[in-house]
Design a protein around this ligand. Structure first.
Ligand code: CAA
Length: 379
């Protein structure tokens, strides 16, 4: 067992760290306050190859492994999770699904621009009445011979307004239950496809979250991914990798807050000495460091399993469950260490605390991860 990164993995980590410091940090507070999507930053991340980090160079990607993806996601998320969620969704939920299950035509038409960062995509599973219970899809895709007629509403869609390619999960045959669900590639601008207003969120406020409405949208048959009825399994398999990305995002939020809290504890003086010299603060920092390291190892283990073509669903659920709890706990403590300064925006930790919460909710709540894990341990 090796606990060392390769030169290439370290290079990716450094590149992501530099990008976060130089490109994401300036303006991150304002973007959060004004709910501004980091459009310029995403364009640059695309040019640098981060939007198709794990896609083969044959399809415009960077050809990196999942370990590198975890390292990049941690560094970007230390500073700006509204930007890193675009990297995660585009890589794991959109590009991965197209590369693994798409036809050659679908890959040339949709994957190449997505992986090379010219555009980004969205993954559309959640509905007003189908969040955790993902088999209860109300959006319908009726088979009309040469096309599907798509009708319904999707909720909480990351990149909902700014994406150009949408992978939409919909029910074709209700009688077949989850075996009657399909995954369709929908393009922005298809007649009948409208984007609702941007959600006003507690955290990751710069990210672009919308409802999407489909009214008699004609989706060509060649835009279905996989065989008829493969849509639910497509979504589940894609989410397994997505959860590695969100686990690494949670890890980044936690380690970003930890770095800020440590630096502040060394500077801030009370009772004649830096607060880092008080055991109350030292014990908090020791707990934070230990939990962050455990979360990091779970993320890397899940990524290693994926890279080595071994089953990684339960491992990615464990990583996401644990890392998101660590993100929540660590950010609350980081605010506490900062005292009153932690409560104001200038010190960054209050934003990290708000951003942490979504990592316990999206791509499956903590309860969903426990379902996945308990089914595995009880099988
Ligand atoms: N891989 C392949 N197939 C899988 C699978 C997996 N990981 N998980 C389940 N399946 C298959 C099962 O084998 C079964 O197929 P068969 O009948 O042929 O055996 C079928 O799918 C149905 O499985 P279950 O009976 O286990 O389904 P369930 O209704 O009990 O649901 C669940 C399982 C884990 C709760 C699932 O519904 C789930 O993950 N829900 C949460 C959905 C979610 O994460 N939503 C987040 C939205 S995406 C998002 O947030 C993106 C974003 O914008 C950031």
């Amino acid at each position: 067992m090796h606990f060392e990164f390769t030169e290439e993995q370290l290079m990716i980590r450094q590149a992501a760290r530099d990008f976060a410091q130089n490109e994401l940090k300036p303006g991150v507070i304002e973007r959060d306050e004004h709910q501004k999507f980091p459009a310029e930053q995403i364009k640059k991340l695309g040019e640098l190859g981060f939007l198709g980090l794990m896609v083969s160079p044959e399809y415009g990607g960077s050809g990196m492994d999942a370990i590198s993806y975890v390292l990049a996601m941690e560094e970007l998320s230390k500073i700006d999770s509204s930007a890193s969620v675009v990297v995660s969704v585009n890589n794991s939920l959109v590009c991965y699904g197209l590369e693994k299950f798409g036809t050659e035509e679908q890959k040339q038409k949709y994957l190449v621009p997505l992986a090379s960062g010219q555009v980004h995509g969205a993954f559309c599973l959640s509905e007003p009445e189908a969040g955790s219970d993902a088999t209860s899809q109300r959006t319908t895709a009726i088979d009309m011979g040469d096309h599907y007629l798509l009708n319904g509403t999707k909720n909480w869609i990351t990149n909902g307004g700014t994406a150009s390619t949408y992978l939409v999960i919909a029910q074709t045959d209700v009688a077949k239950g989850h075996k009657g669900i399909n995954a369709l590639i929908v393009e922005k601008g298809m007649p009948g496809f409208t984007v609702g207003p941007k959600e006003n969120k507690m955290g990751i406020r710069g990210s672009d979250t919308h409802s999407l409405m489909f009214t008699d949208v004609k989706v060509p048959k060649e835009n279905r991914i996989g065989e008829d009825g493969f849509g639910f399994k497509f979504a589940m398999q894609t989410l397994e990798g997505g959860r590695i990305g969100i686990a690494a995002q949670a890890l980044g939020i936690a380690s970003g807050a930890f770095e800020l809290a440590t630096a502040y504890a060394k500077e801030r003086k009370t009772f004649g000495k830096p607060i880092a010299d008080h055991q109350a603060i030292q014990f908090k920092l020791a707990d934070m460091a230990t939990e962050i390291e455990a979360a990091r190892l779970l993320c890397l283990k899940a990524a290693w399993l994926k890279d080595n073509h071994k089953p990684y669903g339960p491992a990615s659920a464990m990583a996401k469950l644990f890392a998101s709890e660590v993100a929540m706990k660590t950010t609350v403590e980081a605010v506490q260490i900062h005292g009153g300064y932690g409560f104001v925006k200038e010190y960054h930790v209050e934003r990290l605390m708000r951003d942490a919460k979504i990592t316990q909710i999206y791509e499956g709540t903590s309860e969903i991860q426990k379902i996945v894990i308990s089914r595995d341990v009880l099988k």
